[in-house]
Design a protein around this ligand. Structure first.
Ligand SMILES: [Fe+2]
Length: 437
């Protein structure tokens, strides 16, 4: 009997090992394998932008661009033939719309409606679409996307930026999966926007992410240079964006990322600061911030070591994903413990639901709103009972942010087109309207 059990056990172990090795082989192959890819944009600055694409054959790549769709009177060509193309356009005008096209002999390129706008010093109004954990291709992903399109009347001119909060291509962020889950389903956005792409744990599983994207480590898009591809800043219009890496980078309170963040926020002069990273400091969804072990302790690390920095510099909004649901706090400060330690009297700056006020130059302990939006293609059943996250829904959807120099409005647009939650932060002299909770 014992002999028989031993054999069964050995067989099970062998199957598990074979599966693990096989899967690693497939993911490694898919991460490094060459895939064709239509042109997309990275490294957007006030005066430059890089266009990348991949063709089946090695050839000299060429980009044409100009102010008008039918007059692309500037052109740039590569010096050497390659199949992984990369052309940086320099000397562009700040906050200006350009049209462009890319030519290839070995691949059909969809050059319809290709455009970009350089980063802006100032802006009267900005509209930003934010998706999280969007990397599961399918009906839900499409419907969430279509609701956003409907909300802008299918007019891409209404949109200024596109942010992805990580886990952008399930299951392992391979080259092939990125095509299937991001570049193809969102191709009309890819043609028009250099996406702000956050690094999620599924992106971190293998090696394609930093091959596909390039990030402004030298401070070329605004903010302080970080000298890291994993964390950096982007200034656009009224907003100072900070992208952090909650996955693979040292998350300690005195680590290089935390030290850079403090200096960067100290130097920031923009009226709004939005911090983006994948693993949320507070969540009672598919991932639990109360657990020191959930996701290798990354939720806890981000809360204990980074929330004090957000408090110190009055960061306005922190956006994360990872839990496949929607969760949102009021204006919070100093909450670095588990949910049991949450005390509304101590940790809520303004106990309102949909409108908050902050000074124009938001200083220490002026409060931060935390939003989790990880349901742009997947939904998990969850408790959603974290006391700091007063507005939580088991619903799929995305965020639409509208930002002016003095107001930030965020709405959670659900898969069925309803707005399940929304709030405004005001930084002008007027207070929240009477009757606003
Ligand atoms: Fe995740």
């Amino acid at each position: 009997m014992m002999k028989y059990l031993k054999r069964v056990l050995l067989f099970i172990v062998a199957v598990v090992v074979l599966y693990g090795v096989g899967r690693l082989g497939v993911v490694t192959y898919d991460s490094y394998r060459f895939v064709e890819r239509q042109p997309y944009m990275v490294l957007q600055t006030q005066d430059s932008l890089t266009i990348k694409w991949q063709t089946p054959k090695k050839e000299i790549g060429k980009v044409q661009y100009g102010f008008f769709q039918d007059t692309l009177n500037n052109s740039l060509s590569e010096e050497k033939a390659t199949d992984k193309h990369q052309i940086q356009i320099q000397g562009l005008k700040e906050c200006t719309k350009y049209f462009y096209s890319v030519s290839s002999e070995s691949m059909d390129i969809d050059n319809t409606n290709r455009s970009f706008t350089t980063l802006c010093k100032n802006a009267d109004a900005q509209k930003i679409w934010v998706i999280g954990d969007s990397g599961k291709k399918g009906k839900a992903q499409t419907q969430v996307y279509e609701q956003m399109l409907k909300s802008i009347d299918n007019d891409f001119n209404q949109l200024d930026m596109w942010i992805l909060l990580g886990d952008n291509a399930y299951r392992s962020g391979t080259q092939k999966q990125y095509n299937k889950a991001m570049f193809e389903p969102y191709k009309e956005l890819v043609k028009r926007f250099a996406p702000v792409v956050v690094y999620g744990n599924h992106d971190a599983r293998r090696w394609a992410f930093f091959e596909i994207f390039d990030f402004p480590a030298e401070g070329q898009s605004g903010g302080l240079r970080s000298d890291s591809q994993n964390y950096y800043a982007i200034d656009n219009g009224n907003i100072h964006f900070v992208v952090l890496d909650s996955e693979d980078t040292d998350r300690s309170a005195d680590g290089a990322m935390a030290q850079w963040l403090k200096k960067d926020l100290q130097a920031n002069k923009k009226p709004w600061t939005i911090v983006l990273f994948h693993t949320p400091p507070y969540s009672d969804g598919g991932h639990k911030s109360d657990s020191a072990y959930d996701s290798g302790g990354r939720l806890k690390d981000m809360r204990e070591n980074f929330v004090p920095i957000f408090d110190a510099y009055g960061v306005d909004l922190v956006l994360s994903g990872h839990s496949h649901d929607y969760e949102r706090s009021k204006l919070l400060i100093n909450h670095t413990g588990t949910s049991k330690t949450f005390d509304p009297k101590k940790h809520i700056v303004q106990d309102k639901g949909s409108c908050y006020t902050k000074p124009y130059k938001a200083g220490q302990n002026s409060g931060t709103v935390y939003q989790v939006c990880g349901s742009s293609s997947k939904l998990d059943h969850a408790d959603l009972k974290h006391p700091a996250l007063a507005f939580s829904f088991e619903k799929m959807g995305s965020l639409v942010l509208d930002v002016t120099p003095t107001t930030l409005h965020s709405k959670f647009l659900t898969i069925d087109g309803t707005i399940a939650d929304e709030f405004t932060i005001r930084k002008d002299t007027s207070t929240c309207q009477k009757g606003t909770k």
